[in-house]
Design a protein around this ligand. Structure first.
Ligand code: FES
Length: 220
């Protein structure tokens, strides 16, 4: 009768070693396959959902022209808004500036209104329009400005907050005139940044005739 080579102490030992090696190779193979699958899946997801930002670029050209803003003269103040890009460009008696319409409370987009003092209790707020503008010799007293639809903050036309939870004025951003007489607004370039309680009307302006700014930035 032929002798079974595995039916001996040495054979049984060899059999156990071979089984353990097979299990080890199987485990290594499985881990490798799982890793490759995971890596491939992640790369596929990256391909399908690229890490591109959906935010609009900070710089944009306005649809309206400089003449659209200045065409009516400067009887009081003229404004042109690009609400999609959250910017209003203002022409007053001393020049042009651009307000970035991001409410300093929680970031809503304030709406342009012809009378910021309308509404219960707003006109009685601590600083009236006349008081605000008489701080600046020769400044135009105007009631237009912005009202935030979220929690009711109000801002004068120079973007100074005076009512509601907004803690400080809205920022101004850089504008330049293009050769075809439009504006290029750069929301990444702040020209006026004011802290809470800073209510002096900023002096930064773009000259509508020369298209150049006077460089009088605030807080930047
Ligand atoms: S976000 Fe404008 S008042 Fe709250």
């Amino acid at each position: 009768m032929a002798l079974n080579p595995y039916d001996t102490p040495r054979g049984r030992m060899r059999s156990r070693v071979e089984t353990t090696r097979r299990q080890f190779l199987l485990l290594v193979g499985s881990v490798g396959a799982l890793g490759a699958t995971l890596f491939g899946g992640i790369e596929l997801l990256k391909f399908m959902f690229p890490a591109a930002t959906l935010e609009a670029p900070p710089q944009f050209k306005t649809g309206f022209t400089v003449s659209d803003l200045t065409g009516n003269g400067t009887l009081k103040v003229n404004v042109q808004s690009d609400t999609a890009n959250r910017v209003t460009i203002v022409l007053d008696s001393t020049g042009i500036y651009a307000v970035y319409l991001v409410c300093t409370h929680l970031g809503c987009t304030p709406n342009y209104v012809s009378d910021v003092t309308s509404g219960t209790g707003v006109a009685d707020s601590s600083q009236t329009v006349a008081q605000h503008y008489t701080a600046e010799a020769g400044a135009i007293t105007t009631r237009n400005g912005w009202a935030c639809p979220c929690h009711g903050s109000r801002y004068y036309i120079d973007s100074t907050n005076f009512y509601g939870p907004a803690p400080r004025p809205m920022d101004w951003v850089d504008i330049q005139v293009t050769p075809d007489n439009h504006f290029v607004v750069n929301r990444a370039a702040i020209t006026v940044y004011r802290q809470a309680g800073e209510s002096i009307v900023p002096k930064w302006r773009l000259d509508p005739k020369t298209g150049k700014s006077n460089g009088k930035t605030v807080g930047v």
